[in-house]
Write a protein that binds this ligand. Structure first.
Ligand SMILES: *[C@@H]1O[C@H](CO)[C@@H](O)[C@H](O)[C@H]1NC(C)=O
Length: 380
């Protein structure tokens, strides 16, 4: 029993002494340590520098970046959802809204939008809401590049609330039609339009029947409250929302040329497959005498982009972050040590030489003026 204990101790002792040999942190006895005011100053400066750099490194690590990638869109069987809410200054009975796309399918296949008779003039509470939306959206369009990261990071999938209910009802007949809802379309190019007369589907396309209407009934003044593709996602601005176009010429053709870009937004919180779009607007009065032909109405001609954008929120790897921290601390420690030695060397050198030649022997303590040891190259 006794002997067993002894061997155990001896064994542990020899193991510890082996570990002792490979210690790269040799302890120096306090009496050998020398401190100086220059060294103290350097310590304070290096310490402050380390704190400052570590602080900015932590900030940099916590502040994520957005990485944009472009790749061909290979999602063949996805559908394109279109969300609209448009008010046109014509009664619903005179209007038809439908979609034609390059697959030439029956327009009713996509479902239909709700139509609601209303007044073009907004109630005061609605007007405030719409004006806010208009201004805010135009601000977003202009400042988009400055604030896009902020937008992606915000978890607001919709920047604007829905239009409030009308607070007062004017006592005159309805003069406008609100067309709203969502349609699921094929992901190909197409044309969503609102024009005079109800549409009638024929085997080769479709026509809008507007025989009982005179040109005086035409008024394609419109207000776009919502026009977007896909699901709502933070960071996406819908440039057409908040648009209001008023015309005094009933025979006006409004063309919107839209390029739809599939976009995948991956933030730390969400991952949404949705669409952004860019739009060009063109309107012209229809006047057959002047060679401006066509059909008055509002046409949204959309086309799909072949490239898909992936926006992902990224952050450095934790290991990399820790390695950077270590290199900051270690690097500054070593460098300031070298600099400290150098400054101390110069200081002693100058003070001692000066001291020998001039008067003030008391200024420099003799202990500072040790002979400077030769630098011995370390050999292993
Ligand atoms: C169309 O309606 C709007 C709004 O009510 C009005 O300001 C405009 O003058 C009308 N245009 C025509 C051609 O009637």
């Amino acid at each position: 029993m006794e002997s067993e204990k002894v061997t155990m101790l001896r064994y542990r002792g020899s193991k510890l002494s082996r570990m002792k040999k490979i210690d790269i942190f040799p302890k120096i006895e306090e009496t050998f340590k020398e401190t100086s005011s220059v060294g103290g100053t350097f310590s304070i400066f290096s310490f402050l520098l380390i704190i400052w750099l570590v602080y900015s490194e932590i900030n940099y690590y916590l502040d994520s970046k957005f990485v944009f990638k472009f790749s061909p869109d290979t999602d063949y069987d996805a559908k394109l959802k279109i969300n609209v809410d448009i008010t046109v200054a014509m009664p619903c009975s005179n209007l038809g809204a439908d979609t034609l796309d390059s697959t030439h399918q029956n327009a009713y296949k996509f479902g239909s939008l709700e139509e609601e008779d209303t007044w073009f003039e907004l109630a005061p509470n609605q007007q405030i809401h719409f004006d806010n939306k208009k201004h805010f959206n135009s601000y977003l369009r202009e400042e988009y590049h400055a604030i896009k990261d902020l937008l992606w990071k915000s978890s607001f999938s919709t920047m604007f609330a829905d239009m409030p209910e009308r607070s007062s009802h004017p006592d005159r007949p309805y003069d406008a039609c609100r067309i709203y809802g969502s349609l699921i379309l094929n992901k190909v190019s197409g044309n969503f339009h609102i024009t005079a007369g109800k549409s009638l589907n024929l085997p080769r396309g479709h026509i809008h029947i507007s025989t009982f209407m005179s040109e005086r009934d035409y008024n394609f003044t419109h207000r776009i409250n919502k026009f977007s593709f896909g699901d709502l996602s933070p960071g996406i601005v819908h440039p057409l929302e908040g648009d209001e176009l008023i015309t005094n010429n009933g025979m006006t053709l409004y063309n919107y040329f839209i390029e739809v870009v599939p976009t995948n937004v991956k933030t730390f919180l969400t991952s949404v497959n949705t669409y952004q779009y860019s739009v060009k607007e063109l309107n012209r009065p229809i006047d057959h005498d002047k060679g401006s032909h066509g059909m008055p109405g509002i046409f949204f001609k959309y086309d799909m982009s072949a490239l898909k954008v992936t926006v992902s929120q990224e952050r450095d790897h934790l290991g990399m972050f820790l390695a950077k921290l270590c290199s900051i601390i270690g690097g500054i420690y070593v460098c300031s040590g070298l600099l400290n030695n150098f400054v101390q060397f110069c200081y002693t050198f100058i003070m001692c030489n000066w001291d020998l030649q001039s008067v003030g022997k008391n200024d420099v303590q003799s202990s500072d003026c040790k002979p400077i040891p030769d630098v011995v190259p370390v050999s292993l």
